[in-house]
Write a protein that binds this ligand. Structure first.
Ligand code: AMP
Ligand code: GLY
Length: 424
């Protein structure tokens, strides 16, 4: 197949890599891609948010399938534009991508579908929102409705903090249009897990659950990041939890969307909180997660392009999915200063050594310069290893990390540590 992958992160490198492993052999194109995708695909110099540019390329080159990585082009309607040209797309149309693009819409769908989720109220008026806070105990969660690059959620420990967050969004215009509506939401305790549900509009195949590590430092300390590492399978997502995710979360959500005339095709990323109140959905995303993709896709066996195309064509066979036994771990190596400001252009060495140790190195923020690979972003790369069990995968991933060097590189040393308390 000829396949276009849209995006330029570690997630897209992992998607490209996994497609390159299909027995059939594909012609792969990545727009815009990075130094890692360049080794497996032809990078196309069109940005992931340049919708007219992407459509023009696809019209000229007629790929058999387009796989869209990030949420922004999906929420802006890239799938709609490509499908209008008769192209097949793995990724939801704009109306379905609102599950990520609008937390108020998502909450409404969940409530109507009976999906377990935190109790919430939605406000556009600041005075009403401030008054509404009294219906919630502390801590309380204040969320901007729209896309805010992961920064639109405030967990307020005090009334004053909650009021400031509400004012910031509704009066201060903190997130622009994305914050013109806010959700005030009950705080849920527990452990988070990420589950990817491949969807064809009606049928669903779940991939094994993963756990991300969002804080920059060990022991979940320091500021939030885009994710510093992940592992799979997550023992907290027991078979009972996974059955609930399929039967009480994903299938009812797809049915509620169909009732509204919306077909959800692509991956529905369920951000879950598993705790004393059972399994609850914190959020839906309309795309694969990063870095979860880098740890989940290497465990997926069989014809990946065929599975994605079946989703796009509404003929997914969930029973056909094969998952490798064992575990996988991915560790993010970040630039010095990340998630604050950081330098670029630092030379990276040891990539071949890590690969020789059996690791998969997925590039996120890298660039090729004078025949060398240099840093070009905050999250620079992720090092993934498979193992017969979690201990083996952890050790193998860190062996790969220790082989890779760039000035000031930092990474967490405790990825997957929290899994062991469930395993022993
Ligand atoms: P969201 O973008 O809605 O997933 O929120 C980002 C992060 O905020 C989540 O990954 C959780 O760590 C946290 N969070 C969001 N909603 C809640 C909630 N209701 N209770 C506790 N933590 C939450
Ligand atoms: N790793 C979380 C996300 O991709 O949103």
């Amino acid at each position: 197949m000829k396949i276009l992958i849209v995006g330029n992160g570690g997630r897209e490198h992992a998607i490209v890599w996994r497609l390159s492993r299909d027995a059939a052999g594909h012609a792969l194109f990545c727009a815009p891609g990075n130094a890692g995708t360049a080794a497996l695909a032809t990078n196309v110099p069109v940005g992931a948010e340049d919708l007219p540019g992407l459509v023009a390329w696809a019209k000229d080159n007629r790929p058999d399938l387009v796989v869209v990585g990030p949420e922004a082009p999906l929420c802006a309607g890239l799938a709609d534009l490509l499908e209008a040209e008769g192209l097949k797309v793995f990724g939801p149309r704009k109306a379905a991508a609102r599950l990520e693009g609008s937390k108020a819409f998502s909450k409404d769908v969940m409530e109507k579908a009976g999906v377990p989720t935190a109790r919430a109220r939605v406000y556009t008026d600041c005075a009403a929102a401030l008054a509404g806070l009294s219906a919630f105990s502390l801590p309380v969660v204040v969320k901007a409705d729209g896309l805010a690059a992961g920064k639109g959620v405030v967990i307020a420990q005090t009334r004053a903090e909650a009021e400031a967050a509400v004012r910031d969004m509704l009066e201060g215009g903190r997130f622009g249009a994305a914050g013109a509506e806010v959700l005030i939401e009950e705080f849920l305790e527990g452990e988070e897990a990420s589950v990817f549900a491949l969807c064809d509009g009606e049928r669903v195949a779940l991939l094994p659950a993963a756990q991300d590590h969002k804080r920059v430092n060990d022991n979940d300390e320091g500021p939030n990041t885009g994710g510093m590492g992940a592992y799979t399978p997550a023992p907290i997502a027991t078979p009972e939890v996974m059955a609930q995710v399929r039967d009480r979360v994903v299938l009812p959500t797809l049915a509620e969307l169909r009732r509204r005339g919306i077909v959800y095709k692509g991956v529905l990323f369920c951000g879950l909180m598993i705790g004393p109140k059972g399994v609850n959905v914190l959020e839906f995303n309309c795309r694969f997660g990063d870095p979860e993709t880098e740890v989940v896709l290497p465990s997926l066996e069989g014809d990946f392009a065929g599975t994605l195309l079946a989703c796009a064509e509404g003929r997914l066979d969930p029973a056909a999915l094969r998952i490798r036994k064992g575990a996988a771990v991915t560790v993010v190596m970040a630039a010095p200063g990340y998630p604050g400001s950081y330098p670029k252009g630092l030379e990276i060495s040891g990539l071949g050594e890590a690969a020789a140790k059996g690791c998969l190195v997925f590039h996120a923020g890298t660039a090729a310069k004078d025949g060398k690979v240099v840093t070009a972003g905050g999250r620079v790369l992720t090092v993934t290893a498979l193992g017969d069990d979690l201990r083996g995968a952890v050790d193998a991933a860190y062996a790969g990390v220790s082989a890779i060097r760039f000035e000031g590189a930092h990474f967490r040393r405790d990825i997957a540590a929290k899994a062991f308390k469930h395993l022993h």
